[in-house]
Design a binder for this molecule. Structure first.
Ligand SMILES: *[C@@H]1O[C@H](CO)[C@@H](O)[C@H](O)[C@H]1NC(C)=O
Ligand SMILES: *[C@@H]1O[C@H](CO)[C@@H](O)[C@H](O)[C@H]1NC(C)=O
Ligand SMILES: *[C@@H]1O[C@H](CO)[C@@H](O)[C@H](O)[C@H]1NC(C)=O
Ligand SMILES: *[C@@H]1O[C@H](CO)[C@@H](O)[C@H](O)[C@H]1NC(C)=O
Ligand SMILES: *[C@@H]1O[C@H](CO)[C@@H](O)[C@H](O)[C@H]1NC(C)=O
Length: 483
């Protein structure tokens, strides 16, 4: 009897594991010193990620994912859409090189993401004409390659493709200026048993509107929930998601499957981007979906990819300084906070085997004067070419004094240039130190080893030319500083 119930328990756990679609992660590579792909793949496995979403289809990453047991969504960058839209042959070549080859090599590709948020209003309609034809050509190419049953197309869209005139989820519909286009795409996805992919960002709601109720962004109940007929919405994720479900229903596609392509919370670069809020949001989301209750209009498992796995220090900060801090892991694969992803480990497992550069930092010379007229241009040069997004009001380094600020900027530039001594001069205002200038909240980082980070990237055509090229760049930038 006791045995029997044990067996039942194991069976139940197995069934739960099978029935839950599992959590995924977005793996972006817009970083000055990206971690080697094999280290990242090990990290995905150690943390129980079953799926990964990419923004591209880089060979080295695909190779590292071979036989990893991880399901893959490969991405097509927006700037390739025009070419793919205008030529079936181009789409066939893309599928052959970036899907068929890797599937044959043992990569478990499940989706092709055609474009990335192509209808975002800030793109001014640049991809309105090309996204749908590119989607059609990629689908045709997948059929021709005999892959259309196992590999599905989709278009990751920002949640601004739909809206609600009353603010209530049940009034959801597609944005009026792209309504017809959205219907064509949705019908096409439906005809091909492909999912709708949407990125949902409660953080942006808060960033755009300081009066946005903070508790409504998280998953712990809301003081003033949104009452929509018989449904009470306690969190903005459910409400936003169901605005999409209502839009799909209204247009006759109420059963189309939905993937949450990106969801997450940044940890730095803004007053609402910090470790505590990020942990609260991500853990709240994980708990919410692990219950498998789904949303009021879509009960059941939620298929989602966290945004994102690792910080990317070269992302555009046009949306805001927080943009480089979405990772649940820092740039070097170290966990930022405790997070239970619902697998066996109750906390995040950091990257293994990461190699760092030497323990040295570049700082503002103790003897240099704050009044030196070369300080301001040097700092702005360093920040323009490296990363100062952790400086600012209520950020992790927001409490530094004026000298600390300058040192932070100099160090960031020095580390991004692989501790090249010429990158710690700044008209003789800077000096190298072996004493860590970090404070309890503000980390003066040391980059991961350039060889381990870049060797898989900057494969020099002939030995040494890559290094010479880097040398030339730093020489030129230093020349600029000197001027
Ligand atoms: C859990 O953590 C251990 C120790 O870091 C790691 O070796 C293992 O792969 C992890 N397992 C899972 C399922 O996450
Ligand atoms: C495969 O994808 C890469 C990365 O996006 C792209 O640069 C390349 O042009 C693609 N190959 C083909 C044949 O389209
Ligand atoms: C969109 O238009 C605005 C205003 O006309 C312009 O400032 C911005 O650079 C444009 N963005 C793109 C991606 O073309
Ligand atoms: C949606 O799916 C349900 C259950 O599978 C089915 O009963 C219903 O007819 C479907 N509706 C549409 C519009 O396809
Ligand atoms: C440090 O730099 C930040 C960001 O540039 C700025 O907001 C702050 O006022 C500076 N602090 C001091 C003491 O100069």
């Amino acid at each position: 009897m006791g045995h029997f119930s044990e067996v039942l328990k194991v069976l139940c756990i197995l069934c739960l594991m099978k029935c839950v679609s599992g959590i995924g992660a977005n793996w972006g590579t817009q970083a000055s010193h990206p971690l080697p792909p094999d280290i990242v793949v090990q990290m995905l496995k150690d943390n129980g990620f079953q799926k990964v979403k990419l923004f591209d289809a880089e060979d080295d990453i695909m190779d590292a994912l071979r036989k990893s047991g991880i399901q893959v969504m490969v991405g097509i960058p927006n700037d390739l859409l025009a070419g793919l839209a205008s030529s079936e042959k181009t789409a066939e070549n893309w599928v052959s090189t970036n899907v068929s080859k890797h599937v044959d090599g043992g990569v478990d590709i499940r989706y092709v993401a055609v474009g990335n948020e192509p209808f975002l209003q800030t793109f001014n309609g640049s991809y309105l004409q090309t996204t749908f034809p590119a989607l059609q050509n990629i689908q045709a190419a997948l059929i021709k390659a005999g892959l259309s049953n196992q590999v599905k197309v989709t278009v990751p869209l920002n949640a601004d493709v739909y809206e609600s005139s009353s603010g209530l989820p049940s009034d959801g519909d597609f944005r009026s200026n792209i309504h017809d286009l959205m219907l064509s795409i949705v019908k096409f996805l439906n005809d091909n048993a492909a999912p709708f992919t949407v990125n949902i960002y409660p953080f942006i709601s808060l960033y755009d509107d300081p009066n946005f109720p903070l508790d409504y962004a998280f998953f712990q109940g809301a003081a003033s929930p949104v009452i929509d007929g018989s449904i009470t919405y306690n969190n903005v994720f459910d409400a936003n998601h169901d605005t999409l479900v209502a839009a799909l229903r209204k247009n006759g596609f109420g059963n189309l499957s939905i993937i949450i392509g990106e969801i997450g919370w940044p940890t730095d670069g803004d007053m609402n981007a910090n470790l505590q809020y990020a942990r609260q949001f991500n853990q709240g989301f994980m708990n919410h979906i692990s219950s498998n209750q789904g949303t009021p209009l879509r009960p059941g498992p939620v298929d989602a990819y966290l945004f994102s796995l690792i910080d990317e220090d070269e992302k555009s900060i046009q949306p805001g300084n927080f943009e480089r801090h979405w990772g649940i892991f820092y740039y070097d694969g170290m966990p930022k906070y405790q997070l239970s992803l619902g697998s066996t480990n109750s906390t995040l497992v950091g990257a293994k085997g990461v190699k760092y550069q030497d323990k040295k930092w570049c700082v503002f010379k103790p003897t240099a004067s704050l009044d030196d007229p070369k300080v301001a241009p040097s700092v702005s040069y360093a920040c323009g070419n490296a990363d100062c997004t952790s400086l600012g009001y209520k950020t992790s380094c927001g409490d530094l004094d004026a000298r600390g600020n300058i040192s932070y900027a100099f160090n960031s530039y020095f580390q991004e240039n692989d501790q090249d001594s010429r990158a710690c001069d700044f008209s003789h205002l800077a000096t190298v130190t072996t004493e860590d200038p970090s404070t309890p909240t503000c980390k003066f980082i040391i980059m991961i080893d350039a060889d381990s980070a870049a060797s898989w990237r900057l494969r020099p055509v002939e030995g040494g030319s890559g290094v010479a090229y880097l040398g030339l760049i730093s020489f030129l930038t230093l020349l600029l500083v000197a001027l």
